[in-house]
Design a protein around this ligand. Structure first.
Ligand code: COA
Length: 149
C-alpha cells in the first residue's frame, strides 16, 4: 500500500485539486453532481481534500465542521472504483476523522448513497449506524445518514 499525499481544495475555481475533487465526487455520486461554483462555495466552509498516489488522484474527502458544540461533524471518504481495496479508503477516512476531531467534533456522521454498497459496508465496519434515509428533490436514489456509535 502506498502512502497518500493530500491536497486541500482552495476556494478558487481553476485550481487543479478542485477539478480533481469534482471529477471524483461526480463520478461516485452521479445523482448529485456539483459544479465548480458549488464546490468553491463548499470549500469555504468545509475541508475538501484530494488524495494522490505518485501525482494521480485516487480519492477525495469532505469534512463538514460541527455547527455547534453539540452538533455532529460529517466525514465522507471516496475512492475511485479502480483504486479500491488497497487501503486508501482507510487512510482518507482516518485523515478526515482526525480533521473533524481537531475541529472539536464529539459526534461524527457520514453520508452514503444507498446504491454504494462498498460505502455502506465500509461505514458499518467502521462503527457507523444508520440514522436517516431520504431522497432529495429530483433524485431517485436515497442518501443514508449514519452516525459513529
Ligand atoms: C468506502 C470506500 C471509500 C472504501 O474505499 P477503499 O479504498 O476500498 O477502502 P479500503 O481499501 O481501506 O478498505 C476496503 C476493503 O479492502 C480491504 N483491503 C485494504 N487493503 C487491501 C489490500 N492491500 N488487499 C486486499 N484488500 C485490502 C480492507 O480490509 C477492506 O475490506 P473489507 O471490506 O472486507 O473490510 C469506497 O468504497 C468508496 O468510495 N465508496 C463510495 C463512497 C462512499 O460511499 N463513501 C462513504 C464511506 S465514509
Amino acid at each position: 500500500m502506498s502512502d497518500l499525499q493530500f491536497r486541500t481544495v482552495q476556494p478558487v475555481g481553476s485550481e487543479a485539486a478542485l477539478l480533481d475533487w469534482q471529477h471524483i465526487h461526480n463520478l461516485i455520486i452521479p445523482t448529485a453532481t456539483l459544479s465548480v461554483d458549488e464546490i468553491v462555495v463548499r470549500a469555504q466552509r468545509n475541508i475538501l481534500e484530494v488524495a494522490y498516489v505518485e501525482g494521480s488522484p485516487v480519492g477525495c474527502s469532505t469534512v463538514r465542521p460541527p455547527e455547534s458544540d453539540a452538533a455532529a461533524a460529517t466525514v465522507i471518504a471516496r475512492v475511485l472504483p479502480g483504486h479500491r481495496r488497497h487501503g486508501y479508503g482507510e487512510q482518507i477516512y482516518q485523515q478526515g476523522l482526525a480533521r473533524a476531531r481537531d475541529l472539536g467534533a464529539q459526534v461524527i456522521d457520514t453520508v452514503v448513497l444507498a446504491s454504494n454498497d462498498d460505502g455502506l459496508r465500509f461505514a458499518r465496519q467502521h462503527g457507523f449506524v444508520e440514522i436517516e434515509r431520504y431522497v432529495l428533490p429530483g433524485d431517485t436514489v436515497p442518501f443514508v445518514d449514519l452516525r459513529l456509535a
